[in-house]
Design a protein around this ligand. Structure first.
Ligand code: ARG
Ligand code: ZN
Length: 419
């Protein structure tokens, strides 16, 4: 062991000591079934007073009667929560017995942890190298551009898929990973890019799509948050921005767009998981994407954003109960896409406007893009419906991505036909 190695070892140990990792041994995810007003009040009180992490809906304020409420309860609060549930006679069911065990069990793909794989939840480092290699592999079909940096200085990279032509083509914009812990989402964007490149020339629909249109793919929107979920806290949702005056970190990027900003279904409390931010586009990641879409507004015909979980295909509006001007067409396309998705493995999706299908929530990217003039604006909530929630095992990446491809291709084909 040389002096150099000793120095490296020393700093390595310091880094390990400094990197705090949140663990979840003994925590459970419980599904509550409120049927009375007092149940709703109780859940809200619980969320306020103890550190429950809301899985669905995203915020306790969005809890209503007769919906399933999935909460992640730290082990130390379990007996108290059970007592409350018994006293109030609220029906409930355990979804995840031990959150840490479920986290460890996600990696059931058998893929090497040291290399990029389409059937694995890749780290940001691996995704970044993958972006570099795939974009140089096929210069006539794919190129990359940095649309800005994140709060912590990581590049936000958009891949442009499409046959190179001299004229400007109409385009579709798709992003993944707005919310850090929804790992299946970036996995889908990577899968989509691979499929687009490998089926161009053999699949007639993909060939025609990429000949006539470009598809912009942002594989990871909230890069800082995504990296944080790999290194420190698997359950992180928001960005990682800081502001003096609050010790709480980050805002919800899907509450930070300028669409009825912070009027409903969002929190103005910086410590909330649905914090809308200090102003619309206060999050640099949101501003970078909004700027990119505004710059390309004349060519972008469709906006697709990928989240999880719940198996939903949503479209505007979420900031109001009013129906979108193109409601029936958006519904028809959503139902066609859901049917296509279901045809492969029987996975059932529900389609509809966000506000009535799940809950009203302002500041979302779909509503913002739609009001900007991007008519075909859709939010996917991928698998599952709560058995694993955000901790979907890697063995489900392939079937989830395969079925989702059918839905996205259905929307793309419709957009292409109606240019
Ligand atoms: N679960 C997603 C969220 O809460 C749904 C987004 C639907 N669209 C919306 N504009 N709220 O961010
Ligand atoms: Zn989400």
């Amino acid at each position: 062991i040389t002096a150099n190695m000793k120095v490296l070892l020393f700093f390595g140990l310091v880094a390990v000591a400094l990197a705090e990792v949140t663990r979840f041994e003994g925590d459970k995810v419980i599904r509550l079934k409120p049927v009375l007003d007092e149940h709703v009040t109780l859940i809200r009180e619980l969320a306020k007073n103890i550190k429950v992490d809301m899985w669905a809906p995203d915020d306790a304020m969005l809890v209503t009667i007769d919906i399933d409420v999935d909460i992640h309860v730290p082990g130390m609060y379990l007996s108290m929560v059970y007592t409350i549930l018994q006293q109030s006679d609220m029906e409930h069911e355990i979804l995840i017995e031990d959150v840490q065990e479920a986290i460890n069990a996600q990696t059931d793909s058998g893929a090497s942890p040291r290399a990029h794989s389409y059937t694995k939840y890749n780290t940001w480092n691996d995704i970044q190298s993958w972006i570099a290699s795939i974009s140089s592999s096929n210069p006539s079909l794919i190129s990359k551009q940095v649309i800005g940096n994140t709060y912590e200085g990581r590049p936000m990279i958009v891949l442009k898929l499409g046959k190179k032509t001299s004229s400007t083509k109409p385009a579709i914009f798709m992003d993944c990973g707005i919310h850090a812990r929804e790992w299946i989402s970036p996995a889908f964007c990577q899968w989509f890019v691979k499929e687009a490149l490998s089926t161009y020339g053999s699949d007639s629909q993909m060939t025609s799509l990429l000949n006539q249109m470009d598809v912009f793919v942002l594989p990871v929107f909230n890069v800082d948050g995504y990296d944080f979920t790999h290194k420190s806290n698997r359950m992180w949702r928001k960005t990682r921005s800081r502001k003096s005056g609050s010790s709480c970190i980050g805002a919800d990027p899907n509450r930070n767009f300028n669409a009825g900003w912070c009027t409903i279904g969002a929190s103005s409390n910086p410590c909330s998981d649905t914090f809308c931010g200090y102003s619309p586009e206060s999050e640099i990641e949101v501003k970078n994407v909004a700027d990119f879409i505004r710059r390309n507004k004349s060519i972008i015909k469709s906006y697709i954003t990928i989240h999880s979980y719940s198996q939903l295909l949503l479209f505007p509006y979420s900031y109001t109960y009013e129906l979108a001007a193109h409601h029936s067409e958006l519904m028809k396309v959503a139902e066609g896409a859901s049917a296509a998705l279901r045809s492969l493995y029987g996975t059932r999706y529900t389609s509809g406007p966000g506000a009535t299908t799940i809950y009203p929530a302002a500041g979302g990217s779909d509503d913002w893009a739609y009001d900007l003039g991007v008519k075909y604006s859709y939010t996917f909530e991928l698998r599952d419906t709560g058995r694993y929630g955000f901790l979907l095992p890697e063995s489900q990446i392939k079937p989830t991505c395969e079925e989702t491809m059918l839905a996205v291709k259905y929307i793309a084909a419709y957009v292409q036909k109606n240019l």
